[in-house]
Design a protein around this ligand. Structure first.
Ligand SMILES: [Fe+2]
Ligand SMILES: [Fe+2]
Length: 475
């Protein structure tokens, strides 16, 4: 179905022919817009050089131009339907994918969509004030791009709730706008989405580590037997790639600047020279990686085993796995406490699916660390960054009740209290990072704590534009 962009709500789901759905979404839209005004980007802008999806095919999903953010075409776009698609795993393997929600899985599917949907506006809320301190117009534009797309992802999930889940779906859609990140009374559902994103180092770490969790969750939902969910997630994943790029290259550029100042001055003490010391970068990394691991849930989960068997949620790249896609006889080693000690235990592969996904994620995160270490190496520095052990700073899963160092040594409460400040950002670290966050709003200029993107100033920008392009016009 070709998308219709002349509509009040641009879509490729045939909204014009569905009066009931149209009414439901049109009554939700003003609430969304007031939420965006109250909780979305706080910095007033005239327009921003944004990528807008105007088609799900070819290059149409990435149309660039300066647009006022409120006029961004929030819309409902599903990847094209494969009419022959069959369920790839679980009890219903080989059956045609579902175009409707089977009654027996209604509650579970709704829950999965709500949990995913809740993270989308949460990150917009967390990033609300970052515009005030953007290190360049290029970075400011990337922040806003991420924000509008997370807003669109909320639309994507709300569409599913409205279209397939009746009155309960509509109620959930309202709740998605009522919960708020960090709120005392009605917080967002998942812990990492109630943490602050008060500075740009946190933002880059968030887009690298926490958005990447989102990528993996979307990957499992893309495998879903419920075809509209699968197609929605497939298109969202395309947009997520940009969020990953913002995080990956953002940390690249912080490390690069730090390495440069270290090498030039032959010192580790770069704070006095306006760069972020490597130990502080490592602490931020430790924090964001560990809270993101918590997002994968417990090492074992009967719910997730049931979701898999029912076909609601698959594995990362399910169809590329060379097994029976049933997993009934298979086993997996998972993190566990054995006599109170950090250890591993064998469980059934179905029960250990959270661990399977988390391992894929960890391997992906290790790729980033490798990149950043190559930057340090190229600068002739012996220092290296690392991913902390899976037992470090956990609040969910087998290691929630113990403390461990980033190297994975188990600690007493006193040892943890004594070491904590070396491993996680202290108030002093946070205050220091915040002290560097002065906005730079002149074209082609950039703050001192971060390197410009590679290729700047002539290139290095978005959509082949130069770094010094006028990406944002402030109000
Ligand atoms: Fe998203
Ligand atoms: Fe994202």
């Amino acid at each position: 179905m070709r998308p219709d962009y002349a509509e009040k709500i641009p879509n490729n789901v045939g909204l014009a022919e569905d009066r009931r759905l149209q009414r439901a979404l049109e009554s939700w839209q003003p609430n969304f817009l007031s939420w965006w005004e109250a909780m979305g980007p706080a910095l007033p802008t005239r327009d921003v050089y944004l990528r807008t999806a105007t088609d799900v095919r070819g290059d149409g999903w990435a149309t660039f131009g300066h647009v006022p953010m409120l006029d961004y075409r929030w819309g409902i776009f599903l990847a094209d339907r494969d009419p022959g698609r069959r369920i790839a795993f679980g009890r219903h393997q080989g059956e045609p994918a579902w175009q409707k929600v089977p009654g027996e899985y209604r509650a579970e599917l709704r829950r999965l969509i709500v949990i995913q949907g809740d993270t989308e506006p949460a990150s917009v809320e967390q990033q609300r004030n970052l515009g005030a301190t953007a290190p360049s117009l290029y970075d400011l534009r990337n922040l806003f791009q991420v924000n509008v797309e997370e807003g669109r992802h909320l639309w994507a999930m709300v569409y599913l709730l409205h279209a397939y889940f009746g009155r309960e779906g509509r109620e959930e859609a309202e709740e998605l706008l009522h919960r708020n990140s960090g709120s005392e009374d009605s917080p967002r559902i998942l812990g990492a989405f109630n943490e602050e994103t008060p500075d740009w180092l946190s933002f880059f770490m968030f887009t690298y580590f926490t958005d990447r969790d989102g990528k993996y969750q979307l990957g499992t939902l893309k495998e879903s037997a419920f075809d509209p969910l699968s197609r929605t997630c497939e298109f969202m994943l395309k947009e997520e790639a940009h969020h990953m790029m913002v995080g990956t290259t953002g940390i690249d550029r912080v490390v690069e600047r730090t390495a440069q100042v270290m090498a030039e001055n032959d010192t580790d003490d770069v704070a006095a020279r306006g760069a972020i010391p490597l130990p502080v970068i490592q602490k931020y990394l430790n924090f964001h990686y560990s809270v993101s691991l918590d997002l994968f849930g417990g090492e074992t989960s009967t719910n997730v085993a049931n979701y898999y068997t029912a076909g609601l949620k698959g594995r990362w790249l399910e169809e590329r796995r060379k097994d029976d896609h049933q997993l009934t006889g298979d086993a997996i080693m998972v993190d566990a406490l054995n006599d109170g000690q950090i250890s591993q235990a064998e469980v059934s592969a179905l029960a250990g699916l959270n661990t399977d996904l988390r391992r894929e994620y960890t391997a992906d995160c290790a790729g980033g660390v490798k990149r950043w270490n190559r930057i340090l190496e190229a600068a002739g520095l012996p220092h290296r960054l690392y991913l902390p052990h899976s037992a470090f700073n956990r609040r969910v899963g087998a290691f929630a009740g113990i403390e461990a160092s980033p190297a994975g040594e188990q600690l007493t409460a006193a040892e943890w209290a004594a070491g904590r400040g070396q491993w996680l950002p202290t108030d002093t670290d946070k205050a220091f990072v915040r002290s560097l966050m002065h906005p730079v709003r002149e074209r082609g200029k950039i703050a001192a704590w971060v390197a410009p993107p590679r290729g700047a100033p002539r290139g290095g920008g978005i959509n082949d534009q130069p770094f010094d392009y006028d990406y944002v016009h402030l109000a």
